[in-house]
Design a protein around this ligand. Structure first.
Ligand SMILES: [Fe+2]
Ligand SMILES: [Fe+2]
Length: 274
């Protein structure tokens, strides 16, 4: 399995590419190519070209959740791909908002019908689904911990009332590797500990090989950060590539803890797994 970072907050290599607050990973496995998230704009298309990746023959797009920084590139990618299957939770089009750094709409910036009219075929994902052998889409992630999954900064409206966003649509990917499960995160709004526990249950793997993607720890409170890092210590992780909403402070902390096992997953980074 090979994973390339097509969009992320920063650029790693001296290549003609750009970063933006967002995430998009190209995942190749079993002869299939899936795009996990699309960044926040059409700039993903140029990054893909720079990395010699053709979006025309994608086998599917998988959407982690309905935030603009993961879905904003959808229109451009669907146009580049022609007709394409889009795996997503039915709640991704729920209007949603964020308060920091200022109050604003942060949901999907397109209507479902607009995307369908240019070739998107939405496939609803609520339960875990093995999209190709060895690669699972999580489906809804049960909330088990008491310190995750409730970010007061992120909300939906019920009438005029603000409600903390429940993020039922938060999906991750679970790849079963020889050495354990690799957990691939979008923004981990369900909570990274909840997600990893669910990954073990869904895949039947006791060992967790590693994590890649947005952990949300940079935007979480101190209690969640410290309890999650404590949990990581007990997992004996062999590979970490946290990026995006993890934030540079936590990334630095994990690099100090894990040394070479900790990788920088910026635009241009490429990883291979067995
Ligand atoms: Fe995000
Ligand atoms: Fe998000």
């Amino acid at each position: 399995m090979r994973i390339k970072v097509l969009m992320e907050n920063s650029v790693l290599n001296p290549i003609r590419a750009c970063g933006e607050h967002g995430l998009a990973l190209l995942i190749e496995t079993q002869g299939k190519r899936f795009l996990f998230d699309t960044g926040q704009s059409e700039r993903i298309v140029e990054n893909a070209l720079t990395m010699r990746e053709e979006l025309r023959d994608l086998d599917g797009i998988i959407i982690s959740h309905g935030h603009y920084d993961h879905t904003g590139g959808l229109k451009a990618v669907i146009e580049a791909a022609g007709g394409v299957d889009v795996y997503a939770h039915p709640d991704i089009f729920t209007p949603r908002y964020g308060k920091e750094p200022f109050n604003r709409y942060i949901g999907v910036p397109f209507r479902r019908e607009d995307l369908e009219s240019i070739g998107a075929r939405f496939i609803p994902v609520v339960e875990p689904v093995e999209v190709v052998p060895g690669l699972w889409i999580s489906g809804e992630v049960p909330r088990r911990t008491d310190f995750e999954g409730r970010d007061k900064n992120l909300y939906v409206l019920e009438g005029d009332e603000e409600r903390v966003d429940p993020f039922r649509d938060d999906l991750s990917l679970y790849a079963t590797l020889a050495e354990g499960v690799l957990v691939i995160l979008g923004c981990a709004h369900a909570g990274v500990v909840n997600i990893i526990e669910h990954a073990k249950e869904v895949t039947g793997k006791k060992d967790v090989y590693g994590i890649l993607g947005g952990t949300h720890l940079g935007l979480a409170g101190e209690e969640q950060r410290s309890k999650t890092i404590e949990y990581f210590k007990n997992l004996n992780l062999k590979f970490l590539a946290p990026n995006h909403c993890t934030g540079l402070a936590i990334i630095s902390e994990l690099r100090a803890m894990y040394g070479d096992k900790m990788h920088f997953a910026s635009v241009g980074a490429e990883f291979e797994f067995e």
